[in-house]
Design a protein. Sequence first.
Length: 486
Amino acid sequence: MSKIRFALILLIVLLVLGFGYRIYDLGRDSYWIDESYTVLASKNIEKYGYPKFDSGKDYWSGFPQSYSLFIIGQIFGYGHVPMRALSVLFGTGFILLIYFLIKEQFDEKTALLTAFFVAFSYIEIAWSRQARIYILMQFFLFLNISLYDYFLKKRKNRYLLLLLASILISIAIHPAGLLIPGVLFLHYILVKRKSAHKEMFSHLKDLRIKPWMFVIVLALMSVIIYFVYKELMRYEIVANYVNLYIGFLFSNHYIFMFLAVIGLFAYKENFHKNLLYLILFALVFIGAALYITDVNFRYIFIVIPVLYVFASQAIIYFYEMFQNKIYRIIVAIFFIVLIFLSGFMFVPKNSYALEYGTPQPPFKDAYDYVQNKINSDDLLIVTQPAVSEIYLRKADYWLAIGYENRGIDHYYDKETRRERYTGIVSITNIGEFEEALKNKGFIVIDDMGINRLSPEMRLILNGLNLEMTYGGTFWSRAYVYRFGNK
């Protein structure tokens, strides 16, 4: 069997298994809080023509995904599987993308090993099963690198146009895409140094750009520069989560952090290519640690494959140190054991816990129960109105809590007292809570909701009739309380 045929078979196996792990029992978990925003905004495109909540708040964050989910929803419905299928496809496609990217830049062995890590990584599988933008961010981030690499090598017009279009899509998906022009420019300058300007003019000369192409390129670049300038002007250092993010990397990818350092310098001829990934990782890390208000490890997730690229080189380096087959087998077994200990999946799961602090209660079970019990004149009070609207109906009251543990002011309009996502009336104090409880109805709440209520409101809640509890893990449980006449 030829090496090319063997590599193709391995790649197909990785794609089939990677897709299988990502699609396996995809509909089991309820939508978690952030997923409900994405799904609701996508669904509302039918009503408003663009992603918007009934409160009047627009939801342009990740709008390419929103429109894609709207099209999928109109055809297949807004259930768990259709809404998450887009992420499954991009997650599986990323295995293929990273393979061809690394093969083009390095070699077949490094490409297959990196694709293997992506295919079976717990964190990659988990985020490929969510109706959120993170796997799309990752896909387009590395697609930009691929197009940049092809452009430098081939000097073809189409790669420049595709690169600029891909950068715009990345920015549209998330402001993190604004880092891409900086990453590519910085890499180009560092690698080319004094010859950078000559190389640029040489590229432009070889492209032989026609007038209509020049207009398109200029327009795309103008839009990119505008968005970069507009966003950068409003950014300032708002936090310092460097130690927290470093801790996350070492606690979840400690083996790969160790191997990445070795792989970065293992092959002298690879350093300039590795430098591109190092710049990418560093800028995303700095952006997440200093310029995002809340701790969100998911932003580091989008550059985790950089560790896999470096680690793959390190493993191949150690493997090639030995000519004896026995020693090579020992090295292979050693690294297989390390992989098992480093967050990799070899048995598919139907439920994946996301990062620390992300509640994933079984809301669907709670709302299925309420649906069979609630009467038309019963009130519905919830802490997650978007979830309620998706699974049952628009709630009557939002029991106001700070989702990101920074107060409730960000989540409702003080003048109208309407909640941010669905526009329902907010209960913000104990008096309003007691007034609502004079009626009869149900409260659907989770651990985070209970934890972030005021002590006085929590005491009142505990005095109500707890009818059902769903979920067995703290921070991922849903509760159904009943109040008023039974």
